[in-house]
Design a protein around this ligand. Structure first.
Ligand code: ATP
Length: 302
C-alpha cells in the first residue's frame, strides 16, 4: 500500500443546531510530523478531534487516519492510535496502575516496563486512586495510556493542561522522540509557546474555520521584530526606510532601531553596503503576538 497521510480530513463539518462548530476543514498531515492545532477556547478544537475520530458524526465531510476512513474502520483505527481526550473518563476508585492495566487489556496487553519508564519520566504516582489525584496528576495517567502502546498516531486534546512546567518539558521531549521514530502527533493547544517548541507546522482555528496552516519557521519569519544596529558612522534613516518590511525607523548618531517584518538578509545587505556593522540585536515576537495578528487580520477582513 502506498504511503497514505497519517491524518486527512475533507470538508469536515460539524453543526450543533445553529452553532457552526467546525466548517469545511481540509487537512493533510504526513507521517512523522508534529502538527500543532491552535485556537482559543471555543474555537472548535475538541469538535475537530471528536469528529475526526468519529466519536461524534460530522454534519458532512470525512476523515481518515493512516488511510482508513474513521467512520467505517473506527475499531481498527483504535489499535493504531493513542488518544488523549479533553476529558478522559476514569474510575475514581482504581489506582493509576490499575487504570492503565484496564486500558491495556482493552487493547490486548502492554509492555509494563515501558509504562514504568513513562511514569518515571512524567513523575506520575501510579499507586494512588485516580479519584484522589489532582487534575494534573490524573492527566499524566491519560498521557501514559496514550503513549504506552507505541501508537503510530497520537491525537491529543490540550494534553498539557495542569502539568507543571518541568513535566511539560519532559512531555515535549517525549513527543519529539516518538515523532523521530515515525509517530505522527496531532497536538491541540491554546499554548503557543509549547507548540512552537515541538511542532513543524501549525494550523490556526477560529470560530470553526481554519484560518492558516503555516510552518513554524514561516510564522516566525512573518513575525515583527525589533532590530537595533550599531554602525561605524552616522546612521541615515532613509537607508533603512528603503528596506521592505522596515517601519518606525529611529536613528541616533551611530545607532538605528526599527520594527522589521521580512527578510533579515535584505536588511543586513542594505546596512553593510553603506556601513560597517558593529553590533546587531533582534528581538523576535513570539507566536502569541503572531497569533493575535492572525485573529486581528481575520476580524478586519470579516
Ligand atoms: P475548548 O478549548 O474550550 O475546549 P474548543 O476549541 O475545543 O474549545 P469546542 O469545544 O470544539 O471548542 O467548541 C466549539 C463550539 O461548539 C463552541 O461554540 C461550543 O460552545 C460549541 N459546542 C461544542 N459542543 C457542543 C454541543 N454538544 N452542543 C452545542 N454546542 C456545542
Amino acid at each position: 500500500m502506498s504511503e497514505q497521510p497519517a491524518i486527512r480530513t475533507e470538508k469536515l463539518t460539524k453543526h450543533y443546531g445553529k452553532v457552526e462548530a467546525l466548517v469545511d476543514l481540509d487537512l493533510e498531515i504526513p507521517r512523522g510530523e508534529i502538527f500543532g492545532f491552535l485556537g482559543p477556547n471555543g474555537a472548535g478544537k475538541t469538535t475537530t478531534i471528536r469528529t475526526m475520530l468519529d466519536e461524534i458524526r460530522p454534519t458532512r465531510g470525512s476523515a481518515s487516519i493512516l488511510g482508513m476512513d474513521t467512520h467505517e474502520r473506527s475499531v481498527e483505527i483504535r489499535r493504531h492510535i493513542g488518544y488523549v481526550p479533553g476529558d478522559l473518563a476514569m474510575y475514581p476508585d482504581l489506582t493509576g496502575r490499575d487504570t492503565l492495566t484496564y486500558f491495556a487489556n482493552l487493547r490486548g496487553g502492554v509492555d509494563q516496563a515501558y509504562v514504568d519508564t513513562l511514569a518515571e519520566r512524567l513523575d506520575a504516582d501510579l499507586s494512588k486512586k485516580v479519584g484522589d489525584l489532582s487534575s494534573g496528576n490524573r492527566q499524566k495517567v491519560g498521557l501514559i495510556q496514550a503513549f504506552m502502546n507505541r501508537p503510530e498516531v497520537l491525537i491529543m486534546d490540550e494534553p498539557s493542561s495542569g502539568l507543571d512546567p518541568l513535566v511539560q518539558r519532559e512531555f515535549q521531549t517525549m513527543m519529539r522522540e516518538v515523532a523521530a521514530e515515525g509517530c505522527t502527533v496531532f497536538l491541540s493547544s491554546h499554548t503557543l509557546s509549547e507548540v512552537q517548541r515541538v511542532a513543524a507546522r501549525v494550523g490556526i482555528i477560529r470560530h470553526g474555520h481554519l484560518v492558516a496552516v503555516e510552518s513554524v519557521a514561516a510564522l516566525r519569519s512573518k513575525a515583527m521584530r525589533r532590530v537595533e544596529l550599531e554602525l561605524d558612522s552616522t546612521a541615515e534613516a532613509a537607508v533603512f526606510e528603503a528596506v521592505p518590511g522596515a517601519s518606525d525607523v529611529a536613528v541616533g548618531n551611530h545607532h538605528v532601531s526599527m520594527s522589521f517584518e521580512g527578510d533579515m538578509g535584505a536588511l543586513i545587505r542594505a546596512a553593510s553596503e553603506r556601513y560597517g556593522i558593529l553590533d546587531i540585536s533582534t528581538q523576535e515576537a513570539d507566536l502569541e503576538e503572531i497569533f493575535l495578528t492572525y485573529y486581528h487580520d481575520e476580524e478586519v477582513s470579516a
